[in-house]
Design a protein around this ligand. Sequence first.
Ligand SMILES: Nc1ncnc2c1ncn2[C@@H]1O[C@H](COP(=O)(O)OP(=O)(O)OP(=O)(O)O)[C@@H](O)[C@H]1O
Length: 248
Amino acid sequence: MTQTKKANTTDPEAARNAGARDAGLRVEGLRVVLGERAVLDGLDLEIELGERVVLVGRSGSGKSTLLRVLAGFQAADAGDVHLCGTALVANGRHLVPPQARPVGSLFQGGGLWPHMTVRRTLDFALKHRGVPRSERPARVRELVERVELVGYEDRLPGTLSGGEAQRLGLARALSTQPRLLLLDEPLGPLDAELRESLSTMLDRLRDEYGFAALHVTHDPGEARGSRTRTVRLVDGVLVDASPTGTDE
Ligand SMILES: Nc1ncnc2c1ncn2[C@@H]1O[C@H](COP(=O)(O)OP(=O)(O)OP(=O)(O)O)[C@@H](O)[C@H]1O
């Protein structure tokens, strides 16, 4: 373990926001129509920094659609999204492009770039975010340490185990210095032991970085840990599904 608490992080924004409890994600009246159906129909959601919301709902209910809109990859028809007081979406219109949002994404399977080593993957992700070349080696080193991939820097994704590959995906998501981390079934393909260890790592990183997390899952057993609540997507809006955690 190489982890230390926030004092050692090179993420000044995380440190600055460490005490802010009310400046996370705020979604108001979000509407997305796909085909004939309002998949999201006036959806409201608030997540504090440091808090995790577990999102459940039937297949096709719109969970991934919500994540894609928050990441900036999908258009909306109405509604507002604020993150740490900054408007990302106003009246359904995206104001900030995906690569300029302090939003990280980790999806099932990871979507890693097969021809890039661990180091190159993270360097490229940081470059994409506008981090100067001179700062990138130190940032890569910190990310590799954070997800416990020290010694794997020259490996290609195809040579990594499922758990290692997901940790690389997580490091890439953290390269955005996220205030919001979007997780779409990130533990899905892993066995029970790896799910547990990645889940513990996610909780610890949320604590250290202080980001808000929105975590889509079909497994209610994942709705554990501190500052975690569960919501269900039903007919385009969210309903509270806490505290049972056994509702799916
Ligand atoms: N381009 C599109 N045109 C029409 N309908 C679409 C389009 N894209 C997605 N949909 C529909 O929108 C609905 C929501 O899809 P979404 O992927 O967000 O659901 P989900 O809750 O994430 O499902 P799952 O749990 O199976 O991943 C689905 O019924 C899907 O078929």
